[in-house]
Design a protein around this ligand. Structure first.
Ligand code: MN
Ligand code: MN
Length: 389
């Protein structure tokens, strides 16, 4: 009997409640709830590693209306990606992704091109409207209602990352879906308005709404301005890079820089021609990748001699499960830019070269059965992005 069970047994039901509280706080702190049932994932325990790439931009399907479109990579399209869903979305001028929420996922986004305006509703009657330029980030906690609209007369393109691979962008809770399927009498009673008020309202989910281009300066909300305690916007790549190396640079934002982003970390890596993001893993998160430009060769190591390489073109997606070793190289003669998302607000990584450098040299000599001098030329600190030979 464990200590917690023994105490619960001795203390009766009050002890059980207390024990449940202890267990809940232990698993929340560990951040590894997914592993606590000890059931191996059949997808990851076969003789070979599964495919971990999906050609998101060139895939069929998705949704398209009057020049606005959305495509997604969830577990249905990319079965390995159980921890995150990615969506590529484009809005035409005057188009809006209608007011909606996600019941089971937080939403993180990176603006690729064009300009976007969002209004997100925070509980307790607070709301924030923000405008976004390319390289800017938003984060909406799970269940918070929001809308997205294209600003100006050029289309916009952004990538959404959800902290749940079973989330579907095509099964969201949309305002027209709800109001369109609620009995008129119930609506009339709820809003204290005549039932005829709802004549002409959409009777099906609109998803992409279309109207006038939004005003240059957003109008005040009907309830007045009541801002939430934390902003939903972060300007990422318009800042100086957070890490600069001889082979490239990166920008990275987690909840330490962007406090509201409790469940997602995002990064943009620029890797120069011939350089690489060195061998490493993440102890506390899965990794979702999208190639913004150039080509990437991504390797994954999965124990038991299993190793797989995928080559990604612009617009392709890849996924590395928590704890799996990996690296990212450029391909051919072009530099590469890659967007990376992690399903944690507390970013952690372990670099292979740094791990080796953190051990005494006799340990390395014994482990590899090589003379100690062999290791004198190895790096003594993490490279992050290694330059070409
Ligand atoms: Mn959304
Ligand atoms: Mn990584």
């Amino acid at each position: 009997m464990t200590e917690v069970n023994r105490r619960a047994f001795l203390a009766g039901s009050a002890g059980l409640a207390a024990a449940a509280g202890i267990l809940a706080s232990t698993s929340a702190e560990a951040g590894d709830v997914s592993f606590m049932n000890n059931v191996p994932d059949p997808l990851l325990t076969g003789a070979e590693l599964p495919r971990f790439k999906f050609p998101l931009e060139s895939s069929p399907g998705g949704r398209e209306t009057d020049g606005s479109s959305a495509k997604q990579a969830s577990v249905n399209e990319l079965p390995i990606s159980k921890g995150m869903t990615g969506v590529t979305m484009r809005l035409a001028p005057g188009a809006m992704r209608e007011m909606h929420w996600h019941a089971t996922a937080g939403e993180w986004a990176y603006v690729v091109s064009g300009r976007v305006r969002t209004t997100v509703f925070y509980p307790q009657g607070r709301a924030e409207t923000n405008d976004f330029d390319p390289g800017d980030i938003w984060y909406f906690p799970r269940g918070h209602g929001h809308m997205l609209e294209c600003l100006g007369d050029a289309p916009c393109h952004f990538l959404l990352i959800f902290d749940n691979g079973y989330q579907s962008e095509f099964a969201t809770f949309s305002i027209t879906d709800w109001i369109g399927h609620t009995p008129r009498a119930l609506l009339a009673k709820n809003f204290n308005l005549p039932a005829a008020t709802f004549d002409g309202f959409p009777t099906r989910e609109v998803y992409f709404a279309r109207g006038e281009q939004p005003p240059a300066v957003p109008a005040a909300p009907r309830e007045g301005v009541r801002l939430p305690p934390e902003s939903h916007r972060f300007r990422l790549t318009s800042q100086a890079p957070h890490g600069v190396f001889r082979g490239g640079r990166f920008w990275l934002v987690d909840s330490h820089r962007f406090p509201i982003s409790k469940t997602v970390t995002g990064a943009v890596f620029e890797i120069d021609r011939g350089a690489m993001r060195e061998l490493h893993w993440h102890p506390n998160a899965d990794e979702w990748q999208y190639v913004l430009s150039g080509w990437a060769s991504v390797t994954m190591f999965g124990s038991g001699g299993r190793f797989r390489t995928e080559t990604l073109a612009q617009g392709d997606v890849a996924y590395i499960p928590q704890g799996y070793g990996h690296s990212i190289e450029t391909v051919g003669d072009t530099p590469m830019r890659i967007l990376i998302g992690f399903n944690t607000g507390d970013y952690q990584e372990i670099g292979l070269s740094q791990w080796m450098a953190a051990n005494p040299v006799d340990v390395l000599a014994t482990n590899f059965n090589r003379p100690a001098a062999t290791f004198s030329r190895f790096p003594t600190r993490e490279q992050v992005i290694s330059e070409r030979e």
